[in-house]
Write a protein that binds this ligand. Sequence first.
Ligand SMILES: C[S@@+](CC[C@H](N)C(=O)[O-])C[C@H]1O[C@@H](n2cnc3c(N)ncnc32)[C@H](O)[C@@H]1O
Length: 281
Amino acid sequence: MSGTNPFLDPARQAELYGHASRLAGRSNALMRAKTAGRPVPDSIVGLVRNHHERPDRLGLVLDLGCGRGTSSLTLAQELRTRRVVGLDAAPALIEQARQRAKRLPALAVSFHHGDFHHLPVSAGSCDVIVAAFCLYHSPRPQTVVAEIGRALAPGGLAVLVTKALDSYREMDRLVAATGLDPRAEQHESLYVSAHSGNLADLAAVSLDVLGVEHEEHRFTFDGHDHVAEYLATNPKYDLAPGLYGDADALAATLHELLPDEPLTTRSLVTFVVAQARGGRR
Ligand SMILES: C[S@@+](CC[C@H](N)C(=O)[O-])C[C@H]1O[C@@H](n2cnc3c(N)ncnc32)[C@H](O)[C@@H]1O
């Protein structure tokens, strides 16, 4: 498939996030492969503790593009907040996040369907706003950042998280080497609209940037079966019909084409910590 970047194409969001199982399968395959890099929700909690002036008395915490709610649940567990609200455009993911939260009834967390370009909160109402691995789905991430600036309380903190443009380039190389998509290394990055190289500048248009941290995450996939679990969910490549979305078929094809061996790949994860304009009061 070519044309609009799949992460920015509204017509493809249902394919990406219409079923919770796809995101869960993709995340599980990636997490099983991880050999270096802290869990991102823990890093977000650490940044809030280090940068917020009163992390023990947080009111409303908003988790934009919360997906299945992994970060929202960690924030609710680890920070002493009055309430954590997860917001996501995908109803199936919100439903799964709610089911996960039911198993933790003591937590003050709720999940709502919505669009992060129009935050359903009043101006100055949030102590913390997190946007992790989701701004690259917006063709106008600066609008989301402006909304974050509007919604943050004085002294409130934004934690924005994304990946580098060339994340997982070793996967691109593998796909090109098999001939499954000879142009695999030439496709535009999925993270083009909000990536490690432009996130701080995007934030600085509407917020005061307090700090930027980069952390390299490394992953070693056991072999073709493990790679295929992740690759089959990746909309970046032009795979033959029947391979995209079908991990078993993709694994069988990889076994035919190349000797089975582990694959190590990398992704730079970038955290931007920022405050509402005007800083601490
Ligand atoms: C890769 S997932 C990230 C999930 C989670 N934040 C995490 O760190 O694991 C990206 C999420 O952004 C959501 N998303 C995309 N466009 C959105 C929009 N306009 N408003 C709200 N959420 C959106 C998707 O539905 C998806 O759940």
